[in-house]
Ligand binder design. Structure first.
Ligand SMILES: *[C@@H]1O[C@H](CO)[C@@H](O)[C@H](O)[C@H]1NC(C)=O
Ligand SMILES: *[C@@H]1O[C@H](CO)[C@@H](O)[C@H](O)[C@H]1NC(C)=O
Ligand SMILES: *[C@@H]1O[C@H](CO)[C@@H](O)[C@H](O)[C@H]1NC(C)=O
Ligand SMILES: *[C@@H]1O[C@H](CO)[C@@H](O)[C@H](O)[C@H]1NC(C)=O
Ligand SMILES: *[C@@H]1O[C@H](CO)[C@@H](O)[C@H](O)[C@H]1NC(C)=O
Ligand SMILES: *[C@@H]1O[C@H](CO)[C@@H](O)[C@H](O)[C@H]1NC(C)=O
Ligand SMILES: *[C@@H]1O[C@H](CO)[C@@H](O)[C@H](O)[C@H]1NC(C)=O
Ligand SMILES: *[C@@H]1O[C@H](CO)[C@@H](O)[C@H](O)[C@H]1NC(C)=O
Ligand SMILES: *[C@@H]1O[C@H](CO)[C@@H](O)[C@H](O)[C@H]1NC(C)=O
Ligand SMILES: *[C@@H]1O[C@H](CO)[C@@H](O)[C@H](O)[C@H]1NC(C)=O
Ligand SMILES: *[C@@H]1O[C@H](CO)[C@@H](O)[C@H](O)[C@H]1NC(C)=O
Ligand SMILES: *[C@@H]1O[C@H](CO)[C@@H](O)[C@H](O)[C@H]1NC(C)=O
Length: 752
């Protein structure tokens, strides 16, 4: 089972059934891996013996939780990972009885069977406005000196994208390891680790990890292309940043390994963590990635995560903690075009990466297996198609989705003697198409065009069609367009924080691959074009590395604020950014908008958040003292500390949930622009809401000066329950516009 198939699964199964499916696939032993959370009793300092180091003491304390007798199973419980940095706890192989025994020990908090997570591709730096020797790329020194930790499926270390030509040695603070056999690591690839399920090496057996690492910080490789398409110089967003690889997926991503990797990365000294992984969504004290990310953020590490590939449905987000940058996916202005022509002369443009030179332009019979309305699955071209003799010599029309990957559909057609494929979107997938490495001539069409193809097939006894190839086309002015698969808000865990935060390139991205795609094996520099929020996340990790290189003193929240308040809200045609329906996308699809790296470098004002500011926020979520204490890893008494509503966190965007009809919040902005500067506020209120800001002018006289303002949201008229409206608040000066989106949610919201 490859990762691409797991990705498809996650869109049709719930997260739990996915984990079960993977467990069945892996074959289970009696013992399961549990993530165990523990605390020092009453948070009094535990009496650790002074002879050994603190980590050894922690480890032996963790071991004291393991039962010494084990009744039903004859396998001894055993610790798989001891965590030192992410939180107090460990991963252990345990039986359900072992857990029951442990529950009685003082200091025990919880033990849950680990989840298995799924992984969520170069023209994109140019699309982001990054150009050689000029502007922000030059100014940021291409991310020089910054270390990006990538948690993924490992890496192909000999790929030219990871050559260390032109790279300085790693900074002195680096304490990581290279667990490859030989001298595979270098000044680009400064570390590579694997964890218990890693098949004994950080080697990438899937391609996904090689791709995400290459996207974030790959070196320059000339003449990169796939099947001759998208030909050009491949390069990551931060080509002079170092890479530290943590292999946590092989192929499933084990939660205990992810935590062990975050634990190691915090110790090793990474600056940025990039996680293109999708788990579930739940309260932050029960979300292990959110907890690990909190500890990382506290040490100044910027954590960038994919929003998930479960769109376009509402409330489909993961990785939504406010200390994480949650990244959605959008298109770039490159299309790899193929088109379908029908017997009635109608022609539709679609996409495919595979562009054979020798495919005849002739008309072939068209065949659609999905005409039978009562057989729900018949149009998906799944494995059942292999017995269909009607496919021979025809171009087969397939419905997108149905748990069959786009490439697998083509493989089924080819195996049955079909000559080509027209892949048509379902309604929810709208106009969003991908250029995939198909195994036969194919074109991926929009829903609207698909409807016309089907109507034609239905209108004639012997429908005919052809596929033609038009190569790489740059200059799609609808870009960036939000991908159909990009997960949408609102956040179910904390609806008072607007998520996702940002969108970035995640459709048809070309980057390094671990082996040749299909049979194109005549070159060592192999690349692939793939899509997902997995691809947009490392773009933002790269942008964060560039910003960190220029502004080493900016906190993770400051970097995030700079990225969000300067984001673009219009496409290349200067119209509002659209989604897969070709209508303006809402903020639950775009967050603050599309990343603009050069503007993020000079945002004027920033909304900063210190680690301690999250405590009143967590108390305000009505988490217990124990839950908050464990999450932040120190004793917290919410009654004694202050408690704030979610929207009061100094976040660079606003999500206002209307229960009470008047809500007042304060925000603090820090001047990182010119010393003497005057900003005035411009508000575009959401429909049905009155927004007033006091004061409406902010006058700064020095750099790093902080000023506060108060913003009042009041309901003008009662709006229908479960509706939303959106607007914005921007502080503008002669030079800057510091923009925050506002979303208003009316009526009760679902919350965990
Ligand atoms: C590139 O950056 C260097 C150092 O920051 C600067 O001296 C030089 O003028 C920049 N070049 C261009 C073309 O912007
Ligand atoms: C590492 O070395 C061992 C022993 O020499 C060998 O069996 C193994 O295949 C090597 N692994 C890799 C990834 O080169
Ligand atoms: C890619 O572009 C380079 C430089 O323009 C050219 O030399 C090479 O032949 C091209 N490769 C393909 C496969 O088009
Ligand atoms: C998502 O929510 C928006 C705003 O409430 C609503 O207009 C839209 O129909 C919803 N979409 C889906 C797929 O439910
Ligand atoms: C349509 O599909 C249903 C359910 O699979 C099947 O029972 C029926 O025979 C099919 N009809 C035709 C005309 O193929
Ligand atoms: C083809 O048909 C045979 C007999 O009905 C069945 O056993 C087999 O599983 C089918 N193959 C596929 C790929 O559906
Ligand atoms: C790849 O090679 C295999 C075996 O030689 C062949 O069957 C297959 O058709 C080739 N695939 C492509 C896309 O050329
Ligand atoms: C095909 O045409 C028939 C009759 O015109 C119509 O009832 C049916 O809905 C059509 N099916 C599709 C899939 O368009
Ligand atoms: C927390 O509890 C208070 C008091 O019961 C309530 O007003 C508030 O809405 C709750 N907050 C959340 C996030 O549930
Ligand atoms: C928390 O603080 C409140 C108010 O200061 C105090 O009454 C209470 O005893 C404290 N709780 C704990 C567990 O320390
Ligand atoms: C909005 O609120 C302000 C201040 O409370 C008030 O002066 C103004 O009249 C309100 N606007 C509307 C349309 O209600
Ligand atoms: C919204 O729902 C609540 C209860 O769920 C109800 O009391 C209220 O009247 C509804 N408001 C509107 C405007 O429909």
């Amino acid at each position: 089972m490859g990762l691409t198939e797991i990705l498809i699964l996650i869109s049709v199964l719930s997260f739990h059934s996915l984990a079960v499916a993977i467990n069945d696939f892996l074959g289970k032993s009696n013992l399961e891996t549990y993530i165990v959370h523990v605390e020092f009793p009453e948070y009094s300092d535990i009496q650790l013996s002074s002879s050994s180091g603190p980590n050894e003491d922690l480890d032996s304390w963790y071991r004291s939780f393991l039962p010494t007798t084990f009744a039903s199973s004859n396998e001894a419980p055993q610790i798989v990972h001891s965590y030192h940095n992410v939180f107090k706890g460990f991963a252990a192989k345990l039986s359900a009885e072992d857990v029951k025994t442990m529950e009685k020990k003082p200091g025990f908090i919880s033990a849950q069977p680990q989840m298995l997570l799924s992984l969520h591709t170069t023209h994109s730096p140019n699309f982001l406005g990054l150009h050689q020797n000029v502007g922000f790329w030059n100014e940021s020194n291409y991310g020089k000196g910054v270390i990006i930790g990538v948690l993924d499926s490992g890496i192909a270390p000999d790929h030219p994208s990871f050559s260390d030509e032109g790279m300085p040695p790693p900074p002195a603070k680096w304490k990581g390891k290279c667990q490859f056999n030989t001298s595979a690591c270098n000044n680009k690839l400064i570390g590579a680790r694997f964890f218990s399920d890693g098949n004994g090496s950080p080697m990438d057996e899937d391609g996904h990890g090689t791709h995400t690492a290459g996207t974030a910080a790959g070196n320059y490789v000339k003449g990169a292309n796939v099947f001759g398409n998208a030909n050009g110089t491949a390069v990551g967003v931060a080509p002079l940043a170092h890479l530290a690889i943590y292999k946590v997926c092989s192929p499933g991503c084990s939660e205990s390994d992810i935590l062990a990797a975050m634990d190691a990365a915090i110790h090793d000294g990474v600056d940025i963590l990039s996680l293109s992984l999708q788990g579930g969504s739940g309260p932050f004290y029960a979300d292990n990635i959110a907890m690990g990310a909190y500890s990382a953020m506290e040490k100044g590490i910027f954590v960038s995560c994919s929003a998930g590939n479960s769109g376009p449905f509402n409330r489909s987000l993961s990785n939504e903690a406010p200390w994480i940058l949650t990244v959605g996916a959008s298109t770039i202005d490159r299309k790899i075009r193929t088109s379908a022509k029908l017997g009635n002369n109608e022609e539709f443009n679609g996409e495919s990466l595979y562009q054979p030179k020798d495919f005849p332009p002739a008309l072939f019979p068209l065949y659609y297996t999905g005409m039978n309305q009562s057989d729900f699955n018949s149009g998906y071209c799944g494995s059942g198609l292999l017995n269909d003799t009607g496919v021979l010599g025809k171009i087969v029309v397939c419905d997108n989705g149905g748990g069959v990957s786009r490439i697998a559909k083509g493989q089924n057609i080819k195996s049955s003697g079909g000559v080509g494929m027209i892949l048509i979107n379902q309604l929810s997938q709208g106009y969003a198409t991908s250029a995939d490495a198909h195994v036969l001539p194919a074109t991926h069409l929009s829903y609207t065009d698909g409807v016309k193809v089907l109507a034609y097939i239905n209108s004639t006894k012997s429908p005919m069609g052809s596929i033609s190839f038009k190569g790489t086309i740059i200059g799609d002015h609808q870009a960036p367009l939000v991908a159909a698969f990009s997960s949408r808000g609102p956040s179910r865990t904390s609806p008072g924080i607007l998520k996702p935060d940002i969108i970035g390139p995640g459709v048809n991205i070309l980057a390094a691959w671990h082996r040749s795609v299909e049979n194109n094996s005549n070159t060592k520099a192999t690349f692939n074009v793939i899509s997902g929020t997995s691809m947009s996340c490392p773009h933002l990790s790269g942008v964060a590395a560039l910003l960190k290189s220029v502004h080493p003193d900016w906190s993770p929240a400051a970097i995030k604020s700079a990225i969000m308040t300067t984001a673009d809200i219009v496409n290349l045609a200067k119209n509002p950014i659209e989604d897969q329906t070709l209508l303006p996308a809402n903020v639950f699809a775009t967050g603050s908008g599309h990343v603009n790296p050069a503007k993020a470098n000079n945002p004027g004002l920033i909304y900063d958040i210190e680690p301690k500011d999250y405590i009143p926020y967590l108390c305000g979520l009505n988490y217990t003292n124990r839950e908050v204490s464990h999450l932040v890893q120190r004793k917290v008494n919410c009654t004694a500390e202050s408690s704030i509503p979610e929207a009061q966190l100094n976040y660079p965007s606003f999500s206002i949930v209307f229960g009470s009809s008047i809500q007042k919040y304060t925000r603090m902005v820090t001047n990182v622009g010119e010393a003497k500067s005057v900003y005035t506020v411009k508000v575009a209120p959401p429909a049905g809401v009155n927004v007033t800001v006091k004061p409406n002018t902010l006058s700064f006289s020095e750099v790093n000066q902080k000023l506060t303002y108060e913003v009042t949201f009041s309901l003008l008229a009662s709006s229908a329950n479960n509706t939303v409206s959106q607007g914005s608040l921007a502080w503008t000066s002669a030079k800057y516009s510091v923009r925050s989106p506002i979303v208003a949610l009316f009526g009760a919201t679902q919350r965990f």
